[in-house]
Write a protein that binds this ligand. Structure first.
Ligand code: SAH
Length: 223
């Protein structure tokens, strides 16, 4: 159960997620150990639940971040190129960077400028985060993520941190072959995680995984 993984420290949280079978890979464990959630979650950073970051956005629960990393892991190798759509707090973008360094690049896209600024400020709280930004390993940009981020495409892995109203072909187009997309998609009142694989021959396979509750992937707010 999700709440059982909460801990008093970042280390305890990651250990509990591992003990509860929510993290199975040592690489994911190490990456999540190396990024202190307290730099990204303004409240209860070591609780296994989502927390508000303002602008109607939340930093997702740690077990969801772990699930995203675990499912994308074969495509998160040293040197990989990654797109994190709906980067919000910037936490998962930083964890992806831990998984693909040395080399590689992660672009975090959010459509709310104050959240792009927040993610950058959060990363700047640690020496490792400052180094990620300075070296270009991590970049945060403002854009409508439904269109992906063409400039750095194609990507080995694309993560979407907000629920899409439809299957966006543009995102599949921006995947390498092979490459993988992890995306929550709305179907009526419910949302499910889909994993979309573009295979080496360019063919596409979609798998529906499990039910979730994400903030919607929407139009940018006015102003
Ligand atoms: N992975 C983030 C999740 C943040 S919540 C984290 O754990 O911190 C979802 C985010 O998606 C919000 O920051 C919201 O601003 C962003 N978002 C919603 N619609 C978007 C769109 N069309 N383009 C880019 N970002 C979007």
């Amino acid at each position: 159960m999700a709440w059982r993984s909460s801990g008093a420290t970042n280390t305890a949280l990651v250990q509990n997620l591992t003990g509860n079978g929510l993290i199975t890979s040592d690489r994911v464990k190490t990456a999540m150990m190396n990024v202190d959630r307290a730099h990204y979650a303004p409240t209860h950073p070591y609780e296994d639940s989502p927390q508000s970051i303002g602008h109607r956005a939340t930093i997702s629960a740690p077990h969801m971040h772990a699930a995203a990393c675990e499912h994308l892991l074969p495509y998160l190798q040293p040197g990989s190129r990654v797109l994190d759509i709906g980067s919000g707090s910037g936490y998962l973008t930083a964890v992806f960077a831990e998984l693909i360094k040395p080399g590689g690049a992660v672009v975090g896209v959010d459509h709310i400028q104050p959240l792009v600024d927040l993610a950058t400020a959060n990363a700047q709280k640690s020496a490792a985060g400052r180094e990620m930004l300075a070296s270009g390993l991590v970049r945060f940009v403002r854009a409508d993520g439904r269109l992906g981020w063409k400039e750095d495409a194609p990507y080995d892995a694309i993560h979407v941190g907000a629920a899409a109203a439809e299957h966006h072909q543009t995102l599949v187009d921006q995947l390498k072959a092979p490459g993988r997309l992890f995306v929550p998609v709305e179907e009526g009142w419910v949302q499910h995680i889909w994993v979309v694989d573009k295979k080496e021959d360019g063919s596409v396979e979609r798998k529906k995984l499990f039910g979730v509750q994400y903030v919607p992937l929407t139009d940018a707010p006015a102003g």
